[in-house]
Design a protein around this ligand. Structure first.
Ligand code: ARG
Length: 259
């Protein structure tokens, strides 16, 4: 009887020790912030064909989102690494922790909110239409047109693919809106749908062949994406709130549009 009691007590101790080990989850930390600080580096995922928000200057990714990211890195006291990739894979990469956050002029919507967490919104935009310079924006009719978009963007999702705003003839999807605009120049698409400031930038660089107009569609808000439940979110929000309070986002936009 005494022996049985002792064995039972021993089993209980073993079970309790095992339980406490699994509860701690070993040494792996759930904190993104801790991991970033341990590594001394934070990784931003973007698609650098979206001036003024992100574009290449030589081999470096620069732009409004890169400036914001530099402030986030500074807040954490770590280095910033920027990975340039296809826009339509960014959310997936954030989800699977192949980077710490996605900053790419990403429009917040329900579909994306189901996959990642979003920061506070830092820019409001809308979709623009780029057309050849010999067309009249006042009478331009999107019905029956071949439309170029950047694959996986809201221009692609809302307006070209599943729209009831108009019925286009065909949607051509590109790695970037710049590629789509080049194909418009070559006569392979009729027009391009992309966010306001990137549209204006493309037109600025092709002033004699293109113009753009606002078709009056719904406004969209940009935010930074992190993995669901990430403790990085409050840090990013603090930085964004401060930058907005200080008027820095507008300043970054001005710096990168040359306005
Ligand atoms: N705002 C649009 C979206 O979220 C387009 C963003 C494209 N961004 C980029 N860096 N290429 O779908």
């Amino acid at each position: 009887m005494k022996n049985m009691k002792r064995t039972f007590a021993l089993i209980l101790v073993v079970v309790m020790v095992l339980l406490s080990i699994t509860a701690c989850g070993g040494s792996d930390s759930d904190s993104a912030v801790d991991t970033i600080k341990e590594n001394g580096k934070i990784v931003m995922l973007t698609n650098a064909a979206f001036a003024p928000f992100e574009y290449m200057e030589g081999n470096t990714v620069v732009g409004v989102d890169a400036d914001i990211a530099a402030e986030i890195a500074k807040e954490l006291g770590v280095e910033l690494e920027i990975v340039n990739m296809d826009f339509d894979s960014i959310i997936d990469f954030v989800k699977t922790e192949k980077g710490d956050f996605g900053a790419a002029g990403i429009t917040v919507n329900e579909e994306r909110k189901a996959q990642v967490d979003f920061s506070v919104e830092y820019v409001t935009s809308t979709q623009y239409v780029i057309i050849p310079a010999d067309q009249d924006p006042a009478t331009y009719d999107l019905n029956g047109k071949i439309i170029g978009v950047q694959q996986g963007t809201t221009g692609d999702m809302y307006y070209a693919s599943v729209t009831d705003t108009f019925t286009c003839k065909e949607v051509k999807r590109y790695k970037s809106a710049v590629d789509a605009a080049n194909d418009m120049k070559a006569g392979r698409v009729d027009c391009v749908i992309i966010d306001e400031l990137p549209a204006k930038k493309i037109v600025e660089n092709n002033a004699d062949t293109m113009l753009c107009y606002d078709p009056g569609w719904a406004p969209e808000d940009y935010a930074i994406a992190v993995k669901k439940g990430s403790d990085l979110l409050p840090v990013i929000n603090t930085v964004l709130e401060r930058l907005m309070d200080e008027g820095m986002i507008e300043e970054y936009v001005i710096n990168h549009t040359g306005a």
